[in-house]
Ligand binder design. Structure first.
Ligand code: TXA
Ligand code: MG
Length: 323
């Protein structure tokens, strides 16, 4: 049963406590409805991907109640501060480097060193984020391949029965998604949206527009290129390993193969949600440990291709692709 919550103090308190307990809650913003999870909870974030039925891990936007809260998780620069002052709260998303101590799960950012952050202006969303008191990761609350929902009824029709609750704040006034601007390098527009390019340029000067397929927001990780290479491990990755050498680090799923030089367990009980939540931490940990110990590569045990396994295997295939 999916609870339909009113945007009053009781509904907001209920939505916040469900999120903090690791449940999925859809909520209205000024742009579209988001499918929210506590961003620091890797398994809750994994269930976002599972529920959307996405075959790949796309990085998600983290939502905050204030610019101050957002800039505790990412490093702001002058352009980010200027844009935050002009357009937050509102339909603008900024991509910035994660801080060292950023508590957001790596899965929420699809393993990237950057994080997309925004401060929504819709009063119910703001109240919810204030009540949660930490980052809420939320893609649009539709099944993969469908259009973004702008009413609670749309969310109920597509995701009813699969998520804990919907905070019904009525129709979304903007109705299209936020503008996504990458500020981790030279300012680059990744997605057009609720704030126009002209308005951004009036505030910070010229911005480039992403042209390469690898950088388009709909499929940042679909083709090899800038974003994809960002998060590839340095060690070569061998897939579908059924044995492991002493000079290899093992990415295990289920009871581990014996004899590896280092081990990271994705999920001993073979749970795909747990494995997805651990995937990027595992690749990073084995890459670092392998380098320290002079290992030759990472061997990944086979992972089923059902459910979240499709996205996990997609990511592993990228990590294993020749570079
Ligand atoms: O208006 C919106 O932005 C809505 C509401 C719920 O806030 N959210 C939304 O999320 O549209 P989603 O996941 O459907 O779109 C997020 C976009 C994707 O195109 C994704 O590729 C891009 O932001 N994105 C997220 N993190 C990124 C990163 N670190 N680098 C580059 N692009 C990123
Ligand atoms: Mg979307």
């Amino acid at each position: 049963m999916t609870e339909l919550l009113a945007p009053d103090p009781a509904g907001i308190a209920r939505a916040a406590s469900l999120l903090l307990a690791g449940e999925l809650v859809a909520f209205g913003t000024e742009t579209v409805y988001g499918l929210g999870a506590r961003a620091a909870d890797g398994e809750a974030v994994a269930r976002i991907y599972e529920t959307k039925g996405r075959p790949i891990f796309n990085p998600l936007i983290c939502h905050y109640s204030s610019a101050e809260a957002a800039f505790r998780d990412v490093s702001a620069n002058d352009a980010a501060r200027a844009l935050a002052a002009h357009f937050w709260p509102g339909p603008l998303t900024l991509v910035l480097p994660r801080r060292e101590d950023c508590p957001v799960s790596l899965l929420a950012g699809a393993g990237l060193p950057t994080l997309a952050v925004r401060v929504p202006s819709a009063p119910a969303a703001h109240a919810l984020l204030e009540s949660v008191g930490e980052a809420v990761a939320a893609p649009s609350a539709n099944r993969s391949g469908r259009v973004s929902p702008t009413r609670a009824e749309h969310v109920m029709a597509e995701l009813g029965g699969r998520i804990a609750a919907i905070l019904d704040s009525g129709p979304c006034p903007v109705g299209i998604e936020s503008t996504v601007l990458d500020l981790a390098g030279p300012p680059t527009l990744l997605r057009h949206g609720g704030v126009t390019r002209e308005a951004i340029e009036a505030a910070i000067g010229p911005v480039a527009e992403a042209t390469t397929p690898a950088a388009t927001p709909r499929s940042p990780l679909r083709s090899p290129g800038q974003l994809a290479s960002h998060y590839a491990p340095r060690l070569p990755v061998r897939l579908e390993a059924t044995s492991v050498r002493a000079d290899e680090a093992l990415l295990a799923f289920g009871p581990p193969l014996a004899g590896a030089g280092a081990l990271f367990q994705l999920s001993l009980r073979g749970d795909l949600v747990e494995a997805a939540a651990n995937l990027f931490d595992g690749l990073r940990a084995l890459d670092a440990e392998g380098a320290t110990r002079g290992l030759a590569g990472i061997a990944a045990m086979p992972i089923p291709t059902t459910g979240l396994g499709a996205a996990i295997n997609d990511r592993l295939a990228r990590a294993a692709a020749p570079r």
